[in-house]
Ligand binder design. Structure first.
Ligand code: NAP
Ligand code: GDD
Length: 344
């Protein structure tokens, strides 16, 4: 019989990539979970809607009945939870909703699986944000959890719940640690896509001979370990199909600053720039003096995670996980995609 996979967060970046990955690499039936929104947000999975092995189901993470009903009715072989309030900065504005979505909902999933599908393999999306105020670099699977945001704390709580259910009921339940991963399906609030989108807008204005639209950023010195989201899906699937329910780090092992992402994007666009001012007053300008980007302290966070760098050697050695994309390819891919989208 065909195996059944529930994927939550199907309208987001990772859920939609995972659905594409499983359609391509397995013959499983995919149940993509969405919540109803007033305005359709199906862009990331529109291409899958007519596929015979893809079916949409309704599930809101803040409604435990919708989670239990899906597990009871489908009795999935795999449950991959990619849904979350995933925007770290937003977790100070909506801490309760973040906790409900990123922690409580995981408890409801574990309970539903324990009750109605105890052989189901469960993956919850863990994050490098759980390491937060890091003690050493690169971070490995033994690094302590030191979250710096309501988001990071909720992911840590979920990690403990996953472990408790795994050990109490012998469930195959895991939460890998994924470091930042980006791509053409990334939401516009995240810094990489915000940069690629705005640089593309500026390039089009320059080409049209119009005044350029400037944009703002916060902390340019933050360092992140950025991978291509498409590389991560194979690692998650390998974790889920490992002999034992073991949790791994997936990361690039390279660290780059937000500043470096910005400058690489401008270089990809062929935009020559100069810099002016310091700290809160820093600006990037075109050679004819138009403002490309200026710092806006509103984008600073109440507590910052200054640097993240992952050591994924365990996943590489034990799962045979391989990354295919490098930092510069990722920046170029994101910029070129936004340029094409905006050009129409
Ligand atoms: P994303 O693009 O923001 O997608 C989040 C998904 O969650 C969306 O489909 C969203 O649906 C859904 N969602 C949010 N609240 C919901 C609710 N109450 N009920 C049902 N669905 C809800 O995030 P992503 O980048 O794909 O990340 C996937 C997962 O990995 C998240 O758990 C994130 O925290 C984690 N993670 C991501 C990264 C990364 O760098 N991307 C790194 C580590 C961990 P709507 O479209 O309806 O809002
Ligand atoms: N979003 C945003 N917007 N971030 C900015 C800006 C800005 O204008 N300016 C500077 N930054 C800095 C943030 O302060 C942060 O240090 C860094 O850019 C990355 O921010 P985000 O792109 O919002 O991602 P994140 O690292 O906070 O969180 C992402 O990665 C986590 C894994 O480490 C998300 O995908 C999380 O869901 C994920 O868990």
């Amino acid at each position: 019989m065909r195996k059944k996979v529930i994927i939550t967060g199907i309208s987001g970046q990772d859920g939609s990539h995972m659905a594409d990955y499983l359609i391509k690499h397995t013959d499983h039936m995919i149940y993509g979970a969405i919540r109803r929104l007033s305005v359709n947000n199906h862009r990331n999975f529109e291409h899958l809607k007519e596929h015979p092995r893809f079916q949409l189901i309704n599930m809101d993470l803040t409604d435990s009945h919708s989670i239990t009903n899906a597990v009871r009715e489908i009795e999935p072989d795999y449950f991959i939870n990619f849904a979350a309030q995933s925007f770290v900065a937003g977790s100070w504005d909506y801490p309760i909703q973040t906790w409900e979505t990123d922690s409580n909902s995981v408890l409801h999933m574990l309970e539903a699986i324990h009750m109605f599908a105890p052989n189901c393999r469960f993956y919850n999306a863990g994050s490098s944000e759980e390491f937060g105020d890091v003690e050493y670099s690169p971070q490995d699977e033994d690094h302590p959890l030191r979250p710096q945001s309501p988001y990071g704390a909720a992911k840590c709580a979920a990690r403990h719940l996953v472990r408790v259910y795994r050990e109490s009921y012998n469930l195959f339940a895991i939460q890998g640690w994924l470091f930042n991963h980006e791509g053409t399906r990334r939401g516009l609030d995240f810094v990489t896509r915000k940069i690629s989108h705005n640089v593309a807008k500026i390039k089009l204005a320059i080409e049209a001979g119009e005044p350029i639209p400037s944009f703002s950023l916060g902390n340019l010195e933050a360092m992140r370990d950025w991978s291509d989201a498409e590389d991560m899906m194979d690692g998650v699937w390998k974790m889920l199909n490992n002999e034992t329910p073991q949790e791994f780090i997936l990361a690039s092992g390279e660290m780059h600053s937000v500043r470096e992402f910005l400058e690489t994007s401008l270089n990809c666009a062929g935009i020559t720039f100069k810099k002016h001012g310091k700290d809160d007053n820093e600006e990037y300008l075109t050679t004819d003096g138009q403002i490309i980007m200026k710092i806006n302290p509103e984008f600073y966070r109440p507590a910052e995670v200054h640097e993240l760098l992952g050591d994924s050697s365990l996943a590489e050695d034990e799962l045979g996980w391989v990354r295919h994309h490098e930092f510069e390819d990722l920046v170029r891919k994101m910029y070129e995609n936004d340029y094409k989208l905006l050009k129409g």
